[in-house]
Write a protein that binds this ligand. Structure first.
Ligand code: 2HA
Ligand code: ZN
Length: 269
């Protein structure tokens, strides 16, 4: 096997990651090496892949994650650029296998590209998702400009304040991001505290978690869906800011209009 992309399902998943990486760069959400993507591809792994020899040393995850025993992930490489990953996903990311001790991993394909510095937090989230029987297989961290800008005002950091403003800017936002925007106060990037707070917020029923003054962390069934949720939220933030730039506070859809929308599409109240 020359490339793990000879497996059609894995090829499709990695192509989706590359497509999203290109969007993140085009949107200005992925300066330098900003952002991370991790995809659980275990369900697509065939015997050929299971038999692949490691191409790295055994490396510690930094934590023990019992639900990840024998799991496989495609991960963006540490210090790699989204704009490069968009063109060459297997030069700027790699596939790892979690060992049976659930505390170490090896790289198996295609090249020994070291995974993202945020690997412990991404894998901890995937471990949590599997522990609750979730069908979510993708995690995305990115720096969406207008959403991050809003977190520099403490009024948007109170629970569900930003969610309700964003939902009320355009009907699609609640329809396509029905759980809204969870908020995690500023914490050091890559820290265990940030990973734990992110899991706690996902457990509180959010798919998109805002890291104050940093970026978002989103989860969904696949990477395109995780990107779509962030995209609709940031579109609403842009509309909010455009109205403010025209010199007025946007009215927002009324409570009645929001209720009608939720009833019509079976969305949470
Ligand atoms: O890996 O965005 O927060 C690059 C980052 C870390
Ligand atoms: Zn970041």
């Amino acid at each position: 096997m020359n490339s793990i992309l000879e497996n059609n399902n894995i090829c499709h998943q990695v192509e989706q990651v590359a497509e999203v990486a290109g969007y993140l760069w085009q949107k200005g959400w992925a300066e330098r090496n900003g952002g991370n993507i991790t995809i659980n591809i275990t369900e697509y792994v065939d015997d050929n892949i299971k038999n692949l020899h490691p191409i790295s040393d055994i490396k510690p995850i930094g934590t023990t994650l019992p639900y990840l025993k024998g799991a496989y992930f495609y991960c963006k490489g540490t210090n790699r650029r989204m704009r490069d990953l968009a063109r060459k996903p297997m030069d700027n990311g790699s596939v790892i296998r979690i060992l049976d001790d659930c505390a170490n991993y090896v790289i198996i394909a295609d090249k020994p590209v070291l995974p993202t510095s945020e690997l412990p937090s991404h894998l901890s989230v995937h471990n949590y998702l599997l522990s609750i029987g979730s069908s979510y297989r993708a995690s995305l961290h990115t720096h969406p400009i207008e959403l991050v800008a809003m977190t520099h005002n403490p009024k948007f950091l109170q629970k569900d304040i930003a969610t309700h403003i964003l939902w009320s800017m355009i009907p699609e936002t609640k329809a396509f991001c029905p759980r809204g925007l969870g908020i995690v106060p500023y914490m050091l990037p890559s820290s265990v505290e940030l990973a734990n707070a992110t899991i706690k917020t996902i457990a509180d029923n959010y798919d998109v978690v805002m890291w104050e003054k940093h970026g978002v962390f989103a989860v969904d069934t696949d990477i395109m869906s995780a990107f779509d949720q962030v995209d609709v939220l940031n579109k609403s933030a842009q509309i909010y800011i455009a109205a403010k730039n025209m010199g007025f506070e946007p009215e927002g859809m009324s409570i009645q209009q929001m209720r009608e929308l939720s009833d019509a599409f079976g969305l949470p109240k």
